[in-house]
Design a protein around this ligand. Structure first.
Ligand code: NAP
Length: 287
């Protein structure tokens, strides 16, 4: 497959580098701004294309890696060009949208696909850092969809076909697991700071706690990994936590604590750690 990227951003650069390292033929980049396409082409030693049509003419796997909001219009623009679409696979990489965004191209005979790595690209600039460990989901329609599965197989990834109607929920989960996890960590760090832990010791203070928790979840799952006052049914400790947050005057922290606390009560019941009466009392404290 000859791969071309439309939309020269973070994901396109990381995927391009990663696939090159695996021996995949990358033709190059086209983007809204020629400068971006050129920059990516230089960084990957590939080519910059002056238009999406020029790239689509040569590529057999066309990756639309623009922002989500631009995917539909890029697909519709491409569909306006007379190309042998039945020979081409067009994918976008949005986690939230299904391949239906590309239906103008399947109408022309192309195989269409949404192709999503469950990984955060952040600001890591060049490398395909950790991409070989990424889990992928994909779905689509067309006679060449099997080629996408073979491609993922060739790259050695774990992957799963996803129901297009469940993509939004799938992406909501990704958002909770990654983005909101970062926010939760940040909230805990702010509380530690208020409690007097110095900035200098912050990471040393929280790293073993987080690493051990994460290790336990990976080993045994959330039910067995849970510890803390709710799993012990220590209602008085929960009252003290709530009082301390009230004293700080941080209603945002209080909201987060109560919401997470109620979800933790549910988990503790599910795990058989606390009886329904204890759960009821804890739940009332957290209202
Ligand atoms: N970031 C992540 O962690 C992550 C993870 C999984 C999937 N994804 C998905 O991957 C896709 C790309 O995300 P990203 O983080 O790489 O975004 P990004 O860094 O913002 O890059 C998107 C690029 O698309 C270009 N672009 C925008 N509109 C365009 C148009 N109409 N025609 C051509 N190029 C256009 C822009 O390039 P110019 O400089 O030329 O304006 C921009 O640099 C999205 O669908 C996203 O949902 C992202």
């Amino acid at each position: 497959m000859k791969v071309g990227f439309i939309g020269a951003g973070k994901v396109a650069l990381a995927m391009g580098n990663y696939w090159l390292s695996k021996g995949v033929a990358i033709l190059g980049y086209s983007s809204r701004n020629m400068d971006s396409a050129q920059k990516h082409a230089v960084l990957t030693n590939t080519r910059a294309f002056t238009s999406p049509a020029a790239l689509a003419e040569e590529a057999t796997l066309i990756m639309i890696t623009t922002s989500d909001d631009a995917i539909l219009s890029v697909a519709e623009t491409l569909a306006g060009f007379s190309l042998p679409w039945e020979q081409k696979i067009v994918c976008h990489m949005s986690g939230a949208h299904s391949s239906q965004l590309l239906s103008s191209l399947s109408d022309k005979g192309a195989t269409i696909c949404s192709f999503h790595p469950m990984i955060s690209f952040g600001t890591v600039p060049m490398s395909g850092f950790n991409l070989d460990k990424a889990f992928f989901t994909f779905e689509g329609t067309g006679q060449r969809l099997k080629d996408i599965e073979s491609f993922l197989h060739f790259l050695g990834h774990r992957y799963e076909l996803i129901d297009p109607d469940q993509k939004v929920l799938y992406h909501t989960a990704a958002c909770v697991l990654s983005n909101y996890f970062v926010t939760l960590l940040n909230t805990g760090m702010q509380m530690l700071k208020r409690s007097g832990i110095s900035q200098e010791n912050m990471m040393d203070c929280l790293k073993p706690l987080i690493e051990k928790t994460w290790e336990n979840v990976l080993k045994t799952g959330p039910e067995s990994a849970m510890t803390g006052p709710i799993s012990r049914g220590d209602a008085r400790t929960i009252q003290l936590h709530l009082e301390s947050l009230l004293k700080e005057g941080r209603s945002d922290w209080l909201e987060i604590y109560k919401t997470m606390g109620k979800a933790t009560v549910e988990l503790a019941v599910q795990a058989g750690r606390i009886d329904p009466e204890t759960a009821d009392n804890l739940y009332k404290e957290l209202q």
